[in-house]
Design a protein around this ligand. Structure first.
Ligand SMILES: Cc1ncc(COP(=O)(O)O)c(C=O)c1O
Length: 441
């Protein structure tokens, strides 16, 4: 073994012995010559190890006396911990169908074409190539008015929400309206970022704008394409009312377009931002179309807010990783994203259809509400049943089920179960519902 490596091995062993307490504070270490002879290494190896550990503070060396173990604070011994469970989420896409080969091809191509200069700190608003591709994609697929210079690349919608909170607070706003029921994760993010979340109820047409009009709110976050978790699509009247409210109050609407690419009964309805690019901050991500683990998303913001958002993003983490960004740009440009979405829409539709058919067959009296879209649905059991007990039973039967109460801020009259089906096999869904029906009988 080369000497450098011998020295670093010995350094590591002594460091562990000091940290673990097997070499206690004040213990005198053997003279370098003695230890070297014992270990069968050259003296220089031991000298280097001692010097390194003196520099790090694990050993004390005084001229003319032996090297001693320094007093190191009693550190708790690391114990193996199970991985923390990822946040619970009914909208998970199917991990097994991630387009690994196509993504790898895009990554290889993108990296090969990336100029060396682009491996420095990236632009906080995102790599120009991805902003350009997103502009075309969002215009084509979601009917957005999104020139590249109004787009910011972020680490998922979660970071988009954080940036929105930062920019709103800077402008003196302290509260934001949130849909009730709505995403608990989003509420938590906004609250942690210093905003007060004010519940605004949702009905069969979307968020109730007349409640907003009676409030002092000047910002609201909505999911118009497919309300989370009720599945309601915001009606045309409500869309216009929401934009009118924003314009009349100098307010802002944060549009969370989380799973809008997946609509099974018709072409997805275009984004609200297309009607109100002056008052809508649009956010989306690849978490439903590709995988949440990629942590890539985007914001499209009104022109007058571009600088504020760019500064906020820079302040948080300088920029999103360039290699992932250019990979996604290539994935979009090569048409792989469109192919993947088409393929996945067929998969998800099959899953939803199997789930709904099983519900109709085995759970008479239960109602599936919301639009045929996305990766989850809302199920309404008969009113006398307790949704908490039902969710636990449904989970035991193999469904990804959560009580609607988990998403609601105010008490609700009717029970509901939010069922995620995107990441479950159609046969497993049918089997789980059959089992649930049998258990209830
Ligand atoms: C309502 C809602 N919005 C947005 C997202 C996506 O968040 P992100 O892009 O940070 O993964 C989710 C994810 O589950 C969601 O449920």
């Amino acid at each position: 073994m080369p000497r450098g490596q011998q020295a670093s091995t010995l350094t590591g062993q002594l460091r562990v012995a000091v940290r673990s307490g097997s070499l206690r504070a004040g213990t005198r270490l053997p003279a370098t010559r003695t230890l070297a002879a014992d270990l069968g290494v050259s003296r220089g190896v031991v000298v280097r190890a001692y010097e390194q550990l003196v520099a790090e503070g694990y050993l004390n060396a005084r001229q003319g006396s032996a090297t001693e173990v320094a007093a190191v604070p009693d550190l708790p011994q690391p114990r193996p911990q199970p991985d923390p469970r990822p946040p619970s989420n009914p909208g998970l896409p199917a991990g097994t169908t991630f387009p690994r080969a196509a993504w790898t091809r895009s990554a290889a191509r993108a990296l090969a074409q990336l100029p060396d200069a682009d491996l420095g700190y990236g632009h906080p608003a995102g790599h120009r190539r991805l902003r350009f591709e997103l502009s075309a994609y969002l215009g084509r697929v979601r009917a957005l008015l999104a020139p590249p210079e109004r787009i910011l690349v972020v680490n998922g919608f979660a970071q988009a929400a954080r940036l929105v909170a930062d920019v709103l607070r800077e402008r003196g706003l302290t509260a934001i309206g949130v849909e009730d029921p709505g995403s608990k994760g989003l509420r938590d993010q906004l609250t942690r970022a210093g905003l007060t979340c004010v519940p605004v109820p949702v009905d069969g047409q979307g968020v109730r704008v007349e409640v907003l009009e009676r409030s002092t709110l000047r910002a609201v976050v909505v999911t118009p394409a497919h309300q989370f978790p009720t599945g309601v699509v915001t009606s045309p009247d409500r869309r216009h009312a929401l934009l009118r409210w924003a314009r009349d109050t100098d307010g802002l609407v944060l549009e969370d377009d989380y799973d809008a690419e997946f609509r099974y009964d018709r072409t997805p309805v275009g984004a609200l931002q297309g009607l109100g690019p002056d008052v809508v901050i649009y956010g989306g991500s690849v978490s439903k179309t590709l995988a949440p683990g990629l942590r890539i998303g985007w914001l499209v913001v009104p022109e007058h807010l571009v600088a504020a958002f760019t500064d906020a993003k820079y302040a948080i983490d300088l920029a999103t990783g360039t290699i992932e960004q250019v990979t996604l740009a290539d994935f979009l440009a090569s048409g792989e994203m469109d192919r993947h979405i088409r393929r996945m829409a067929t998969h998800y539709r099959t899953r939803r259809d199997r789930l709904v058919t099983a519900i109709v067959t085995h759970l008479p009296g239960w109602e599936v509400t919301g639009t045929a879209a996305g990766l989850h649905l809302l199920l309404r059991p008969p009113p006398h049943l307790d949704e908490h007990d039902l969710a636990a039973l449904a989970q035991r039967c193999g469904l990804d089920a959560r009580p609607l109460r988990d998403y609601a801020l105010r008490k609700r009259d009717r029970p509901g179960l939010v069922i995620g089906y995107g990441h479950r096999h159609p046969d497993a869904l049918a089997k789980a519902v059959t089992e649930l029906g049998r258990s209830l009988r």
